[in-house]
Design a protein around this ligand. Structure first.
Ligand SMILES: [Zn+2]
Length: 125
């Protein structure tokens, strides 16, 4: 059995729901949720509530750590490339991956590996 993850919500245990009430019959406590996976916050939070509480407590520090946006950004031809694909149902015909420019609508073909590479971009930084 895979290891269970704990919800990272700092106040998860303070939500008094039946599924959080755990322990021996005479000593039950409300506890942080444990699951094999979570749907929110990149698999870290049991709910949007817990995700929001984390952000309220730590978000400013996280933004300052990773870089706060301090200037307006502009969408131009040079940074308007996004990845997309046409879904193909048949097994012998793979999906068609491509870049599309949000300004010019130009399309350029991509390999599946390039599509899956989060660092691969045509955008100027
Ligand atoms: Zn939670």
């Amino acid at each position: 059995m895979s290891e269970l993850k704990l919800c990272q919500g700092p106040e998860c245990h303070q939500h008094q729901t039946k599924d959080r009430l755990k322990g021996p019959k005479d000593n039950k406590t409300y506890q942080t949720r444990r699951r094999s996976g979570f749907y929110y916050g990149n698999n870290n939070f049991c709910s949007t509530w817990c995700q929001a509480q984390w952000f309220n407590k730590f978000g400013d520090r996280a933004i300052d750590h990773f870089g706060r946006t301090t200037e307006v950004k502009h969408l131009t031809e040079q940074n308007a490339w996004t990845k997309d694909y046409d879904w193909r149902a048949s097994a012998d015909d793979s999906h068609r991956y491509y870049f599309i420019n949000g300004i010019t609508k130009e399309q350029r073909p991509l390999t599946e590996a390039q599509y899956n590479d989060n660092n691969y971009t045509l955008n100027e930084r």
